[in-house]
Write a protein that binds this ligand. Structure first.
Ligand SMILES: [Zn+2]
Ligand SMILES: [Zn+2]
Length: 236
């Protein structure tokens, strides 16, 4: 699973670098318009997943590679307007674009997702994960990382990142001794969970990667009846 994830990260990095290096081009904020620049990179992702991905994804990659250009555009635009963590390819493919868009100060202008404390302030994406950082002056702070554009925002510590529940009796957490820097934050109000990476416990942790690596905790949470707020790109 981590080997496959490293392949995905490499494809995403290439796409991000390609976008950054394009001379005289910046994301417009309208995906439909920007797709002309993105589309040539899509076959590379499909090929990588066909080669390195699990069977179901490899088959889906083969199917998608036969779509016409306009069908593929339709598929990507549909995801962009209504993101779903089940749309694996669109999510993986559009994350580097979303990331570069936010970094260049553009905003998605063709999707109107709800604004809320638990949604990305830049693109209204759902949180993929949470992480804790210790600042020398202010103590420990919690951040959520956006599943669409990969930027982060500050979020209150003792609050469910899904429904906003604040009752301490309804909020729980679980940690496994062998992975003491990752924990599962659960909410009995909405029965959702999110994983938190504690960078104060392991400063070298890379939240996106360590979230995927701690897959055993997803199995635990699911067994306990919790649903993840947003599945990661390997579907856990
Ligand atoms: Zn975002
Ligand atoms: Zn909740």
């Amino acid at each position: 699973m981590l080997t496959f994830y490293s392949v995905l990260l490499a494809v995403q990095k290439d796409l991000y670098e390609y976008l950054r290096r394009l001379e005289g081009w910046l994301p417009s904020g309208f995906l439909e318009q920007d797709l002309a620049v993105l589309m040539p990179s899509l076959p590379g992702l499909l090929k990588a997943v066909e080669t390195a991905g699990p069977t179901t994804l490899a088959e889906e990659a083969a199917r998608l590679s036969h779509l016409s250009d306009s069908e593929m555009r339709g598929y990507l635009l549909e995801y962009w307007k209504e993101p779903s963590d089940l749309q694996f390819f669109a999510k993986v493919f559009l994350q580097p674009y979303g990331n570069w868009m936010i970094e260049t100060g553009a905003r998605p202008l063709d999707r109107c997702l709800e604004a809320a404390e638990n949604r990305c302030p830049h693109c209204a994406g759902k949180p993929q994960l949470s992480y804790l950082l210790t600042h020398e002056s202010e103590g420990s702070a919690r951040y959520l990382l956006c599943s669409n554009c990969l930027s982060s925002w500050n979020f209150r510590r003792l609050v469910c990142a899904n429904c906003g529940e604040e009752e301490p009796e309804k909020l729980g957490y679980f940690r496994a001794p062998e992975l003491d820097y990752v924990r599962v934050d659960t909410c009995d109000g909405c029965k959702h969970y999110i994983k938190s990476i504690d960078l104060a416990r392991l400063g070298l942790a890379v939240p996106l990667v360590d979230e995927v690596a701690a897959a055993a905790l997803d199995l635990w949470a699911r067994k306990e009846g919790f649903t993840k707020i947003e599945l990661n790109v390997v579907g856990l």
